[in-house]
Structure formats: structure tokens, C-alpha cells
Unconditional design. Structure first.
Length: 248
């Protein structure tokens, strides 16, 4: 389907319904220079997630975990929001969507100006000492040390493998999915649970599903109403134009 025709169809589908939520995955941040965890060029090609990314490894050998964590944090801090992040922020500002539920840990939705962001997997820019509990928000790594002055090891406020998702965030995401009349799915393949359930919950309750991905996913032929086969930036900017009434 032609992108603009698809965007027009998607906007018509979502027009006049509320609330509309968004679910984003790694694909929305790829265009900001952050590689996905899975697939070609992904972080898991370099680091075994069961070794470096598991909470047991962090407890037993935090220095080993920090070999990977530094790379994740550097990527997050060096990247800036792209037009897809900014588009969602503008749509939120106009009251068209919200909240944004994300699987990403890069903080780029907030950097773009989104105010209501549910981070299912945490935020790599937020750091807490496991010893004294001191928290810090990283702006750069120039003076950063993974060891605290108290002697304890610091950890980013992300969900390691082997840890549960933050209960309050997950519960709010599920409540919003139950209430939503529409959802915009961007840059996620739908293979990571429980985030993968969110579009299915919306659809089960009669809500509309608009999907923006460069390739088809498990959603495309099962629950998606309109599929925009495009990058996150192209698809969201096109959809935004119609939803905002900027394109006739």
C-alpha cells in the first residue's frame, strides 16, 4: 500500500476515537543510531544476554556486566530523538495519544518532550547504587564510575534478564490497554512478552490497531487494521500529518 494512502486510511480509522495509546520498540530508535538488541548488528551478537545481561551475573560479577552496560549507556547518551519520537510528542501535546508505552531504555521519548511515558524495561540513564541507594541521572560518562564512593556497585535502573518488570508500570500499561480504543504500534516485532500482549488486549476489546514497521510482524496478518510498511520516522510523520489535519 502506498504510504500516504495508508496514512490517510489509518488516520480515518483513528479519527474521533479516544483514548489512543502507542507502543514502541527498538525500531523507533534505530534511526537515532541505537542498534536493536536482536537481529543483524544487534547487541546480542556481541554479548550473550544470558551471560552479560542476567541479574545473576550482575550479582556475582558486576564488573563483567558493566562491560556491556557501558556500551548500552554510551549509545543512549550519544543519541538524540528523531522525527518519530518528536511526532509522538506532538501528538501527545495535542491530546491525540497517550500514554506512550515503550520497551526502550534510551530515554528518547522524554528527550523529545513526551510527558506520559511508561518504560516497561526501565531507563539506562538513571543509575542507583546497590550499596547506599544514591541515585543519579547521567548526562555524560566523562566522570562516571560504576563504583560508588560508599564502595558499592551502581546499576542502571533497567530490567535485567531474570528480573520482573516494574509492577506499577506494567499494571498501568495493561490498564491503559484495556481502556484504549486504538493503538499505534511502532518499531516492535511483538516477540517480547508481556509487551507483546498490549496490542492484542486493545484488539480483543474492539479497539483499532495501526502498525508501523519496515517488515511484517506477528501482528500484521492477525490483528493489524492498517499496516504502514515503512520506517518509524516516515510512517509516523505521514500519519501525524493526517491526524493533525495538516494533510488533506
Amino acid at each position: 500500500m502506498d504510504l500516504m494512502k495508508g496514512a490517510a486510511d489509518a488516520a480515518e480509522l483513528l479519527s474521533g476515537i479516544s483514548p489512543i495509546i502507542a507502543l514502541t520498540g527498538a525500531g523507533i530508535s534505530v534511526e537515532s543510531g541505537i542498534p536493536p538488541f536482536r537481529g543483524p548488528g544487534g547487541l546480542w551478537e556481541k554479548y550473550d544476554p544470558d551471560e552479560y545481561g542476567h541479574i545473576d551475573t550482575f550479582h556475582k560479577d558486576p564488573g563483567r556486566s558493566w562491560e556491556m552496560l557501558i556500551e548500552i549507556i554510551e549509545g543512549s547518551l550519544s543519541a538524540g530523538p528523531n522525527e518519530a519520537h518528536l511526532s509522538l510528542s506532538r501528538l501527545e501535546e495535542r491530546g491525540i495519544i497517550g500514554p506512550v508505552i515503550t520497551q526502550n531504555i534510551d530515554g528518547l521519548h522524554q528527550a523529545a518532550g513526551s510527558r506520559d511515558v511508561l518504560e516497561l524495561h526501565g531507563n539506562a540513564r538513571s543509575i542507583t547504587c546497590t550499596g547506599c541507594g544514591r541515585r543519579e541521572e547521567l548526562q555524560d560518562l566523562s566522570a562516571f564510575s560504576p563504583r560508588c564512593g560508599c564502595g558499592g556497585w551502581k546499576r542502571p535502573d533497567i530490567v535485567f534478564f531474570g528480573e520482573p518488570l516494574p509492577e506499577m508500570v506494567l499494571n498501568r500499561a495493561l490498564v491503559n490497554a484495556e481502556m484504549a480504543r486504538g493503538i499505534i504500534v511502532v518499531g516492535t516485532s511483538g516477540i517480547v512478552s508481556p509487551a507483546a500482549m498490549i496490542p492484542e488486549i486493545v484488539r480483543r476489546n474492539g479497539g483499532k490497531v495501526v502498525e508501523i514497521n519496515p517488515v511484517s510482524t506477528i501482528y500484521t496478518d492477525s490483528i493489524t487494521d492498517v499496516f504502514l510498511e515503512s520506517s518509524a520516522t516516515e510512517g509516523l510523520v505521514a500519519l501525524e500529518g493526517y491526524l493533525m489535519g495538516q494533510v488533506a
